[in-house]
Design a binder for this molecule. Sequence first.
Ligand code: ADP
Length: 468
Amino acid sequence: MKRLSIKIRLTILYSFFMILVTGAALAVLFSLSSREILASAQARLEHRVQESVEDIRIRNGELRLDSDFYSVTRDVYLSLYDENMYFLYGRIPYGFIGQPEISDGEVRRIREGELEWYVYDMSFNLSDDRTVYVRGITSVTDAEESFSVTVRFALILFPGLALITGIIGYRFTRSTLLPVKRITDTVQRIRADADLSQRIGLDLGRGKNRDEIYNLAETFDGMLGELEEVFRREKQFTSDVSHELRTPVSVILAQCGACLADELLTGEQRSQILLIQRKAKEMSEMISHLLFLSRADQGRQPLNREQVDVSGLTEMVAEEQQMLAEEAGNGVKIVCRIREGITAYVDETFYIRMLINLISNAVYYSGKDCTVTVSLDSDGEWVTGKVADNGIGISKEDLPHIWERFYRADTSRSGSSHSGLGLSMVKWIAQVHGGSVEAESAPGQGSVFTFRLPVKQKNEETEKDENI
Ligand code: ADP
């Protein structure tokens, strides 16, 4: 099962506890209020009955009641009984049909069908020594009803409250974790673009404190800065060394040429100088590759793009490589499947360099008498080229790394002239044109290298050129 994001998990946790705490608080509140409401109904009842005795008096030997006795004050109905439980005066609430026994000074809870009542009786001695009983009745159901409306109201509001809590929790967690997303995005961008100059750069809004995440981002930015500096120095070192080596290697090559012109050389001396010359050539080539890549890294490799007949160029490079293969005598056959008349907006020199690398690799890593197929096609928007061979192939483990500098999949098969820089250049050339290159391969079955380049100049580039 997919793991929930921290954002969702924190929101659920937060909402769960908020709902739990609010629910528990409401439950306690309701139970206390319910008790309080019933207690206050009882107190009201007792108080009303006790004060009602002021409304009862004897005048001219007759029992008289003030009109207040008949009024229903604070939901309490009053009635008067004689010693024999005979009803004299007063009001009985609608629905109270029974005639419970007198129980002096005690509040009782009496149920009658659906309804419940509090009944309170109090004896009262009249001035003529007669005893009467005042009975107060109030509805428990009414008191509870008004409370249950509040409970129902709260129960309706509760899901809304839970939802609002969830939303607030989610927004809060999201805003808290936003910097973490920024960090992840930056790292992903750095990986995708291989560009160490990018920074997380969390800015603190006014009045905001530096929290743990801000400190983490700042540490990260610091580390990126140091890494960038290390890489910059390493590239500078490669570039400087390549520059410094260029002159001595040219001198060695020139001296080898001069020595070889000497007819007095013995056969052995000649072959020794030829060996030195071959190694110096390999070294010179490696230096030129290194210089190419370090210029590319420093953004100093100018791209001179124009609309070029790539069909013709591809045909020409394939033929040249066929000739070289024949000279090397390895019997490799290069077959062309090139659609005629395709043009693309490319740098001609870089395009040739890319093709030479791909075709020469295919020839080199194919066995004797193998076939290399070079194809080119276009859908009007993209030019797609393929260089396929049925040679040694590349293992699954090596395949993702072949684009790295100095990576050689099978060192025993790649000779000393193969430095592992060719495909890095190919990748850079494809990408700088706004295209891509990829490889499919299986050991023992061969490899297919596919590049895609845009046919036309992109709009932004046109605008840029026009502005210049
Ligand atoms: P190299 O100069 O060593 O050929 P590249 O960068 O051109 O360097 O290639 C990197 C590695 O990829 C090579 O060392 C080789 O192992 C592997 N490789 C490239 N092209 C092919 C191919 N057509 N068939 C098999 N392996 C290849």
